[in-house]
Design a protein around this ligand. Structure first.
Ligand SMILES: Nc1ncnc2c1ncn2[C@@H]1O[C@H](COP(=O)(O)OP(=O)(O)O)[C@@H](O)[C@H]1O
Ligand code: SF4
Ligand SMILES: [Mg+2]
Length: 365
């Protein structure tokens, strides 16, 4: 099948002018604000140790959107929660570094981490009710963030909360600021979360499936809003989703996750038009497209394996159409381009990497 062009809008409801991103320019603005290195998070359960995040590394620069995509259970949310130091027991971050502006925030005292969380690095969750307090008005909740992190007075913070509600296009913000979360629709609550996440102008915004619970028109509006906000603040965005349509609309770069690993990474254009890993290929074949009949959709056979009983060698092997004998050995991560270029963890590309290295175009690690 022909993979979709990333410029091809999979969701006709999105405003195309918001898809282009004037702030993101990896050439002129290459310094990563967030660097994740060899992150490891385990859940020690009665069923055994589940390594939900297994050596994840990536960078994200100011003004850039990194899309993290993969089926349910691949470790996307645990990666985000590990960065925020919000993993609940029995989960423990057992290794790696999360460098925010060069400082490993995994090692900071909790009091210092709380000053960064919500202020410098903010997160939006799939279900806003998990992070909104049902017994406080949305105005009080936004004001509290502003008073805590920005040191604003009560009146000043409430005025700013109204301004933020207006920025996220909530009608009648002076009235809505006095509403409780349950008096709002799902889309409206997600806008409140975005307003709350962005009120301190964070350097990094992590969005974990922010549109999954919303209907398609509202989804498009929320994605446009995140893009619009990012363009005005220059934040780095990590967009976590199982939906390649969302990636095609909003990401600059894409990391594909499977069983706690990033198995492919590259620019959106490269990954969506020329997927290398058979898993990425499978996800693309399974994604609905406006230029293709639904009957043409292919599903990836099987399911994501239980992390406590992973297959030997390449974890994707039982589902892979291209599996070879060597795949019983874990594939090494193969870098196929210059620094910051493409990488893939698959034996199919070992030879290509060797040639690239020979010709001085890339390296194999
Ligand atoms: N509270 C938990 N207890 C035990 N295991 C967990 C828990 N939360 C997550 N996991 C493990 O981590 C894996 C990845 O979860 P998650 O990051 O939420 O996946 P997703 O990619 O869907 O966001 C799960 O498949 C599960 O094995
Ligand atoms: S290493 Fe082998 S089994 Fe794994 S994805 Fe590549 S071809 Fe398939
Ligand atoms: Mg998740």
């Amino acid at each position: 099948m022909t993979p979709p062009s990333p410029m091809q809008n999979l969701n006709p409801n999105i405003n195309p002018s918001l898809v282009s991103n004037p702030v993101s320019d990896p050439v002129s603005n290459p310094t990563p604000i967030l660097r994740v290195r060899n992150l490891v998070t385990n859940f020690r359960t009665s069923a055994g140790v589940q390594r939900a995040v297994d050596g994840v590394s990536f960078d994200v620069a100011r003004g850039e959107t990194l899309g993290i995509v993969g089926e349910s259970g691949c470790g996307k949310s645990v990666t985000a929660l590990s960065i925020m130091r919000l993993v609940d027991s029995p989960g423990v971050v057992e290794g790696g570094e999360v460098l925010y502006d060069g400082v490993d925030i995994l090692k900071l005292p909790m009091a210092q981490m709380r000053r960064i969380r919500g202020n410098k690095i903010a997160m939006i969750f799939q279900e806003p009710m998990t992070s909104l307090n049902p017994v406080l008005t949305v105005g009080t909740q936004i004001s509290e963030v502003l008073r805590l992190h920005e040191g604003l007075g009560k009146k000043e913070a409430l005025d700013k909360a109204v301004e933020m509600l207006s920025k996220v296009h909530i009608p009648m913000p002076e009235k809505r600021v006095r509403a409780y979360p349950h008096q709002m629709s799902g889309g409206m609550r997600q806008r409140v979360m975005i307003a709350m996440a962005l009120c301190c102008k964070p350097d990094v915004l992590i969005c974990d499936e922010p549109t999954t619970a919303l209907d398609v028109t509202i989804q498009a509006q929320i994605l446009s809003l995140i893009q619009e906000m990012k363009n005005s603040t220059g934040a780095a965005v990590i967009m976590i989703t199982h939906d390649l349509g969302v990636i095609s609309e909003i990401a600059d770069r894409v990391a594909v996750m499977y069983t706690g690993h990033i198995i492919e990474e590259g620019s959106k254009m490269d990954v969506l038009t020329d997927p290398l890993h058979p898993y990425t290929e499978g996800l693309l074949n399974a994604a609905p497209r406006i230029d293709r009949d639904c009957e043409e959709l292919e599903v990836i056979p099987g399911a994501v394996p239980n992390l406590a009983a992973l297959p030997k060698g390449c974890h994707f092997r039982p589902r892979c159409r291209r599996a070879m004998e060597i795949c019983r050995t874990s594939p090494e991560k193969t870098c196929l381009g210059e620094k910051g270029g493409r990488s893939v963890s698959c034996w199919k590309f070992a030879e290509r990497a060797k040639h690239a290295k020979h010709e001085g175009k890339g390296e194999r690690t």
